[in-house]
Design a protein around this ligand. Structure first.
Ligand SMILES: [Zn+2]
Length: 154
């Protein structure tokens, strides 16, 4: 592979001496043809997430840790196992990555999270919604509660 320069002399000519393939990575041992230095290159599969457009239009890198933190904050302590949060995270991430565009609004991410919480964790849903939807009055909060009750009816 040209362009992979020797870290010692900068030459782009190297010989592959060994190739290891794992599930999502390929590691190649190389020897520089100019100076004989040995090094490895690794090629990995990285799943791209869209950029996040914040309320004020600011575009930031997608940050799964932020989502994880807000989930943990919303969930009851006794519900909040690594297992449950992990499963929620992979569902949310899968939906975020379904986005065709390379950008997604923070509101859209919030809506995805609310969707995941709604049926299984109504209390966490309300907590998350109160931050996300920025309820201005107790009345708004109450009408949202009513909505939840109705949607959980058979
Ligand atoms: Zn070299």
């Amino acid at each position: 592979m040209r362009g992979m320069r020797c870290p010692k002399c900068g030459s782009a000519d190297s010989k592959v001496t060994d190739t290891r393939v794992s599930v999502d990575c390929v590691k190649r041992r190389r020897t520089c043809l100019t100076c004989g230095y040995r090094f490895s290159t690794v090629e990995c599969v990285v799943v791209d997430s869209p950029y996040v457009v914040k309320r004020r239009g600011e575009v930031v890198e997608f940050d799964g840790n932020k989502i994880r933190k807000s989930l943990i904050r919303a969930m009851d302590k006794e519900q909040c196992s690594e297992d449950i949060i992990g499963k929620m995270m992979s569902k949310v991430l899968a939906k975020v990555r379904e986005t065709k565009s390379d950008r997604i609004s923070s509101q859209a991410i919030g809506a995805i999270i609310l969707d995941e919480l709604k049926l299984q964790y109504p209390v966490a849903y309300m907590r998350f919604a109160s931050v996300y939807k920025n309820f201005k009055s107790a009345g708004e909060f109450a009408s949202e509660c009513k909505l939840i009750d109705e949607s959980s009816l058979p």
